[in-house]
Design a protein around this ligand. Structure first.
Ligand code: MN
Length: 240
């Protein structure tokens, strides 16, 4: 299986990415409808965290079956992959109790399908390559991350790289301005923000669409890098 997946340019329609979903697919669909998303030609990429916290986690498999929906793996999705070995108490504390309500057959089906989720996605656009990971690319350049995921030095090192991609908050916490070389933009989620924010060419889009009454889903057009709703100029976030 490929830990990094590349998508050719979409010449027929638009490409969007959306922030963490966390079991709120009805709200996601409403955001797509509001943006005039056309599933015949448009594609939706996702920064992952499809499940936990929200009421519609079971719908994640239906969404994975949609030919236009392409998520990377978030830290919550990785709990599903490792359901029989992970820290279950910590998972349940973080919204994972829905999984215990599934039959063993269903649990295994989820784990098998979630194990197929790549750690990183790269999408060709008219203006250049756009990358997507759940939390961060910890390397100076996208080429380094691609090499680490394509041909890992060791299992131990690969695990470290994958965990950083799925868990790290250091870039946003330290407000690192330098961005990632060799890529036009990197789209990430994982750290809840009241508004989308950009640090160098790294754009944070988890605006808590999974938190009814408080957040909203942000869609970013991968060609124009414009967001729906529009991105304010100032950097503004709140820690998880
Ligand atoms: Mn996350």
């Amino acid at each position: 299986m490929n830990l990094i997946k590349r998508f050719e340019r979409n010449t027929a329609g638009r490409d969007f990415a959306v922030g963490d979903i966390h079991g709120h697919f009805t709200r996601l669909q409403a955001a797509l409808d509001a943006a005039g998303f056309d599933s015949a030609v448009d594609r939706l990429f996702s920064v992952g965290d499809l499940v936990d916290r929200g009421p519609e986690c079971r719908d994640a498999l239906d969404w994975l079956a949609k030919p236009w929906f392409h998520p990377v793996r978030g830290n919550h999705d990785d709990y599903v992959v490792r359901f029989d070995t992970c820290d279950v108490d910590n998972w349940i504390y973080n919204g994972g109790s829905w999984f215990a309500g599934l039959s063993l057959y269903e649990q295994k089906e989820f784990a098998v399908q979630f194990a197929e989720l790549p750690i990183a996605i790269e999408v060709e656009t008219q203006e250049g390559l756009v990358g997507i990971v759940h939390a961060d690319c910890s390397f100076l350049s996208w080429d380094e991350l691609r090499a680490e995921l394509d041909t890992p030095e060791s299992k131990k090192r690969l695990k470290l790289v994958m965990n950083t991609c799925m868990w790290s908050r250091s870039r946003i916490e330290n407000q690192e301005p330098h961005g990632v070389l060799g890529i036009r933009a990197l789209i990430v989620g994982h750290t809840p923000m009241s508004q989308p924010a950009r640090l160098g060419n790294v754009i944070h889009i988890d605006t808590m669409g999974w938190m009814p009454g408080r957040g909203h889903f942000t869609l970013i057009n991968l060609h124009t890098l414009e967001t729906i709703p529009a991105m304010p100029a100032k950097l503004d976030w709140e820690a998880a």
